[in-house]
Design a protein around this ligand. Structure first.
Ligand SMILES: [Zn+2]
Ligand SMILES: [Zn+2]
Length: 252
């Protein structure tokens, strides 16, 4: 009698040790509700669906959210007197306690695999926002960390986000910016102090041929001082791209 080589015609099974190794790297339960998740996801479908997104009305320049009904595009009172070096900033997630906690776990809790989940929220913006859809030949450029900070944290949260976002959207990424100065933490500084703190903190390499716009990527947008300093650096080399926009996971 002819014996088939494999007794069952079932798909090849993964070795068990690989499963446990993957489970170690990607805990199989949701970080927010602890229900089990599939396919190495860190958030379950219900928590992904429930995460509060930035929805209109929001400021057309800084992405700040407003409640209620505001017809058409508007700039908030904060932005009216500011002259940003970028066209606009938009974020994927609103600053709710749950969303904020995700960023804290990602950045300070060393949950670097959250980059995939946060990138999915950002990809929604690139794929759905008319302003992003109409960008000509874009490239993703992450906000850099100073090498000392990156060494302490073990990774650059903006760069991992840009890498994952590139995989999801097909938009190429490149680390064109460099942080040349170690700056003090921005959290307790006013807008003016932040700008002074970041003056000449970044340098940029030339944007490669063929790209017509830059999507600057960061985890959080707060006052916009970091994005402003990065956009100014990107515009410095002669005949650089004028069209720079900002995308962050969270509107702080
Ligand atoms: Zn969940
Ligand atoms: Zn604004």
């Amino acid at each position: 009698m002819h014996r088939p080589l494999l007794p069952n015609a079932s798909p090849v099974q993964k070795p068990r040790f690989l499963d446990s190794a993957l489970d170690y790297l990607y805990p199989p339960s949701c970080l927010q509700c602890e229900l089990s998740t599939d396919g190495g996801r860190l958030l379950c479908p219900d928590c992904v669906a429930a995460a509060a997104r930035v929805r209109a009305p929001f400021c057309s320049r800084c992405g700040e959210c407003y409640d209620g009904v505001i017809e058409g595009q508007f700039a908030c009172a904060n932005c009216r007197d500011l002259n940003f070096a970028f066209e606009f900033a938009e974020a994927a997630l609103r600053n709710t306690a749950k969303n904020h906690e995700l960023i804290v776990s990602y950045k300070y809790g060393k949950q670097r695999y959250l980059s995939g989940e946060l990138a999915r929220f950002c990809a929604e913006v690139i794929e759905q926002s008319p302003r992003f859809k109409s960008l000509a030949s874009p490239i993703l450029v992450p906000v850099p960390l100073h090498w000392r900070k990156q060494w302490q944290r073990g990774f650059n949260q903006a760069e991992l986000l840009a890498q994952e976002l590139s995989k999801l959207t097909g938009v190429p990424w490149q680390a064109l910016l460099k942080r040349t100065r170690h700056t003090q933490t921005q959290t307790r500084l006013s807008r003016q102090q932040r700008a002074a703190n970041l003056k000449d903190a970044f340098t940029a390499r030339r944007i490669p041929e063929g790209f017509e716009s830059v999507i600057l990527i960061d985890d959080v947008f707060t006052t916009g001082s970091t994005a402003q300093a990065c956009a100014q650096a990107l515009k410095k080399p002669a005949s650089q791209i004028e069209n720079i926009v900002v995308l962050t996971a969270l509107r702080g």
